[in-house]
Ligand binder design. Structure first.
Ligand code: IMP
Ligand code: MG
Length: 201
């Protein structure tokens, strides 16, 4: 199957709605953010921490536009683990490999929703005494924010919609799309209904 046909194959699904952020627009915003970061951190040592897995696509494009000596590291967090009664709601499932003490940390995230995941992570990273911690997110969905966060860089703002593509997934799929798509609301509704009925059993 050619690349083009494969993409058509994904897009003709029942799940994808309209394009909210086209690939070309994403590339333009990522380039602008990279330039701004280059300017803001001039002369400083920078480490970018990518939150797995959704932010991987954003990170790999972003670093190409940052003209500074930098390093990257990865962290994985499981959120909303309601069954893990003894470890709380958020758990680090993969920690950093690097020491961040005295370094300027820039957290790279795909989308910030309630903000609970990131606020936990920032509290955890602050204990390691970095020189600074800032956030760079592809999408900021402020309407559902619970934990207050200072977001230094964000490419796009979004209202209530659930989105996929450019790293963002729905049940681990659609991360490979160039553009960001709205998920059809019927799909989400069906999921919520089946979740509710399984909770009532
Ligand atoms: P929160 O800010 O702690 O509520 O969680 C944000 C995380 O939820 C993100 O890192 C994503 O992994 C996931 N997430 C939230 N909204 C979406 C979406 O619209 N599409 C895909 N993943 C999402
Ligand atoms: Mg995530």
């Amino acid at each position: 199957m050619t690349e083009e046909n494969h993409q058509k194959n994904i897009k003709s699904s029942e799940i994808l709605g309209r394009i909210l952020f086209p690939g070309r627009e994403i590339q333009k915003r990522v380039r602008e953010l990279g330039n701004k970061i280059t300017h803001d951190y001039y002369g400083k040592e920078l480490i970018l921490i990518c939150i797995l897995r959704g932010a991987v696509v954003f990170l790999t494009d972003l670093i190409k536009h940052i003209d500074l000596p930098l390093s990257i590291d990865f962290m994985s967090i499981s959120s909303y683990g309601f069954n893990e009664t003894d470890s709380g709601l958020v758990k680090i499932t993969k920690d950093l490999d690097e020491n961040i003490e005295g370094k300027n940390v820039l957290i790279v995230e795909d989308i910030i929703d309630t903000g609970l995941t990131l606020s936990y992570m920032i509290r955890n990273l602050q204990l390691r005494n970095p020189a600074s911690i800032e956030i760079c997110t592809l999408i900021d969905r402020e309407v559902r924010r619970i934990a207050s966060l200072k977001i230094k860089y964000s490419a796009f703002k979004l209202e209530e919609k659930y989105v996929v593509g450019y790293g963002l997934d729905y049940k681990q799929k659609y991360r490979n799309l160039e553009s960001i798509y709205e998920l059809k609301t019927d799909t989400v509704k069906k999921d919520i209904e089946s979740l509710k009925s399984s909770l009532n059993k």
